[in-house]
Design a protein around this ligand. Sequence first.
Ligand code: ADP
Ligand code: MG
Length: 602
Amino acid sequence: MKRISELPENIKNMIAAGEVVEGPFSVVKELVENSLDAGATNITIEAEDSGLKKISVADDGSGIYKDDISLAISEHATSKIKDIKDISEILSFGFRGEALSSISSISKLTILSRNDNEQIGAKLVAENSKIEVSDYAGAKGTKVIVENLFYNTPARKKFLKSKSFENRLIRETVFKIAAASYETGFKLVLNNTKPIILKPADSLHQRLSDLYGSDFINGLYFEKVKDLKVTIQGFISKPDLVKSSSKYQQLYVNGRFIDYKRMSFHLKRAYEAIIPAGKYPVAFIYIEINPELIDINVHPAKREVKFFDSKYIDSLIYGLAKKTLSGKEHNINNPEQYIKSEKIITENESDFSSNTSKETIQGSLYKAKESGNEFSFPNTYQNNDDKINEINNYKKEEESILNPVKEGKDIYREIENDYKYIGIVFGVYILIEKSESLKIIDFHAAHERILFDKLMTKIADNDSQELVFPEEVELPVNEFEVVKEKLNVLKERGFDIDVFSDNSFIVRGQPTILQKVNLKKIISEFAESIINENDYFKDFDKVLIERIACHSAKRMNDNMTKNDIESLLDEIFSGKYDLRCPHGRPFVFNVSKNDFEKIFKR
Ligand code: ADP
Ligand code: MG
């Protein structure tokens, strides 16, 4: 073992910086929170080269005393607490006094500040452990400039993701903070592009609507519950507003964004049987609690909080969601859970028989044409363990009497001879009978799979068709920015689209395959799937194709003829396709005669 020696101060700071500064977005978070702690009413954030070249945050807050300015960047120096007991009463974002010192150890840091009570302020420049302070005669408030972030920690720099991903993180950071600090105005300028401006708002409601658009806010219920020590309020999804990830579930405790994993779980409980599997309700929940009842000093970046009684908090979150939903009318969109087990079905026998009305079963009966063709199955199709596993995870098949049919060839072997088309139920599912079993096919999902595969292998038409009337598509600003960055992906797939205003595009043409489609919806969904994905390696073209396939796949109400259905069935069972939609949901289910006999206890 070598001799022990104490690390030099600057190395200590660089190591500590690793905990506070994960990427450019963390710098933005720390600086903006300092501005809020200083009581700013307007904050301007600018970032160049995704924050690596320069980040600046300017505010009109209280400013720093001239004589304190070098203290601001020394380690564990803070104006927010004086004693350890103050932490238990903390209402400010900061208190550890380590952000500026950490940041200054891995960048060139400049602070320009003038305090309310002083005529002359100070300018500080810190670079390579050298600090220079001079007079500054600017407006009241503070501007912090961080340049060449990570210049001396190349390892950290290497771990950063793509530029556009880091940009997105910065934007999300500002949005997360802004979604709670609604009285403060924000201006965000990324890479010298057009600024995103959020005016000071007079309510959370107003701020959320400025952030995500009025359609979004109209899809939410609002509820507020007060208890002795706690106030909890939240904007929570109406059953129609669902997202494909839990990203729009945000918890704030005393104005601070908190990563609270259990929230998603409790929301899921509250929305059980209301929201389809794999979908997530939106929830912006704000808890105001006596700071003595929480411990925020758990994580250097203060992303977590310890509640002294987390069960109580959990019950509040669940209770709020339940209260919000109660008394409001909604349809049960998740019948799945009612057919989970044999037991439930036998208990609900009467429901079961009323659903399968005679009319449906006998309506449009016909025999499918015989087919004697031989089919071979591509190898890729057989080595499908991963995919099958995915399907298995998706559904606990053992519990269900409905068995997804996994492989095209299996069912095809039965179907190639003859099958009896029974009809369509609920406008969605095709029923066919074949050799002692009933097969249920989700028509839309099946068509989606076929279109997806064809588009991916470029068999299908990628042509563009001019719109008779160009359409303006307005989006919430976070989605707008993502689409703007990926405009070429849309263009390559046949969208004739350009930026039109600060938050809208003009679409003059679209892929021919789309036909009648809600352009806003498809473009917004494209953005959403990118935002929801943490994986910056994402194949954006594939994301778009998924959306195109989903929107061009036929739905039952689309006036399908007998021939349409027949040729779709032929194609599904040709053995060329995976029997699951592009998102992994199986679309053919099998109920054997045996299963029926079990249900009816024969
Ligand atoms: P902390 O926020 O935990 O106190 P920081 O390192 O972030 O630690 O900041 C150190 C100190 O610098 C703060 O306590 C505050 O007094 C001062 N300061 C930093 N940014 C600002 C700002 N924008 N306006 C006024 N004072 C600031
Ligand atoms: Mg701070």
